[in-house]
Design a protein around this ligand. Sequence first.
Ligand SMILES: [Zn+2]
Length: 200
Amino acid sequence: MALRNVLKDEDPILRKKSREVKEVTDRIRTTMKDLVETMRFYRGVGLAAPQVGTLRRMFVAEPSPGEVYYMINPEIIEEEGTVSDTEGCLSIPDFYGTVERPEKVRIKALDMNGEEREYTFEGFAARVMCHETDHLDGILYSDKAVEMHTVEQELERLNQKVKEEDKERVKEEKEQAKQAKKAAKAAKEAEKAAAAAEEE
Ligand SMILES: [Zn+2]
């Protein structure tokens, strides 16, 4: 296995259409393993062969830690719903973008043994699969992004989100405290009323 050099977005190779894999040979398997090693080294969740300069229709993906998919000649055969979310790419370092993707996809692809398999992915995993499949057609997510922002802006956005969630929590806690106060007051009044009734 070997670490490969990841091409960056201005590289014309990333814009080329990759060719189909005719046969899953040892050479193909080695490239796939190199892709996994390189993806993990750079802390990515997916890496397509053209990103390391190999114009073949194949990619690897690890949407959750330890769950590696080897996709050779992948084809999206069904799409369902749409969802807008943030994504990044090892070929476009220091940036993030908001991209609309299908919520759910069905994909057929060859595995490492050359066997055809079908998969269903949802949410983040579906997003990763669509992003990587696009690489095989020379498409980068920045082509589809409705908005691009830097890592700093992404961190700021996440911080803001945390702050807003905090605000929500404080509001909820205040509301709970108010309710508790009301309940205590009502209990006291009921007590008073009961005492008055007894006196009469
Ligand atoms: Zn990418």
